[in-house]
Design a protein around this ligand. Structure first.
Ligand code: GDP
Length: 167
């Protein structure tokens, strides 16, 4: 018998090459137990335990911004510390959609291992996160496992807590 799962849909947004796939796969390879949608290879579904509750986690990396509105429960906005333009991209996403739409957001600075090529300071990330009213984490998908998973799990928790309040 199949138990009914709580679904949490998280859109991972950011400029090309910032590491959206790398982050998602980092999360999946640690936790993957569900299905994989082969028709749209940028969409993943898997089950995770969040604070003892099974959650069906859906993730889409390549969805057009206009569709994200209707689909996502939460956003993970990703830029790379080595790419100033990717930082500006994330700022634009915020301006075009979040100003008139509220959902839990996590701001992630990826490629933190490439400090020698850094173009965006930690402080700039923190200031932007304050503007977004969201959390901020610097990670290296290439190296860290736990910290990447924690970003996704934290966003899941926020979605669940908002839902409980609205019940
Ligand atoms: P996407 O286009 O945003 O999905 O980016 P990808 O996940 O395809 O990553 C783009 C490139 O950046 C690939 O060559 C990755 O190996 C590399 N990359 C991703 N994350 C990291 C990281 O944390 N550190 C380093 N050094 N490279 C990374």
């Amino acid at each position: 018998k199949k138990s009914s799962l709580t679904e949490v849909k998280i859109a991972v947004l950011g400029a090309p090459g910032v590491g959206k796939s790398a982050l998602t796969v980092r999360f999946l390879t640690k936790r993957y137990i569900g299905e994989y949608d082969h028709q749209a290879e940028t969409r993943y579904k898997h089950e995770v335990m969040v604070d003892g509750e099974p959650i069906l986690f859906e993730n889409d990396e390549e969805m057009p911004l206009t569709d994200v509105y209707n689909w996502a429960d939460a956003l993970v906005l990703v830029f790379a510390i080595t790419d100033r333009r990717s930082f500006n991209y994330v700022r634009r996403v915020k301006q075009t959609m979040l100003d008139n739409f509220e959902m839990p957001v996590a701001l992630v600075a990826n490629k933190a291992d490439m400090v020698h090529l850094r173009q965006v300071s930690t402080e700039e990330g923190e200031i932007l996160a304050k503007d977004f009213e969201c959390c901020f984490t610097e990670v290296a998908a290439a190296e860290q496992v736990g910290q990447v998973a924690e970003v996704f799990l934290e966003v899941c928790r926020e979605v669940l807590s908002v839902r409980r309040k609205n019940k």
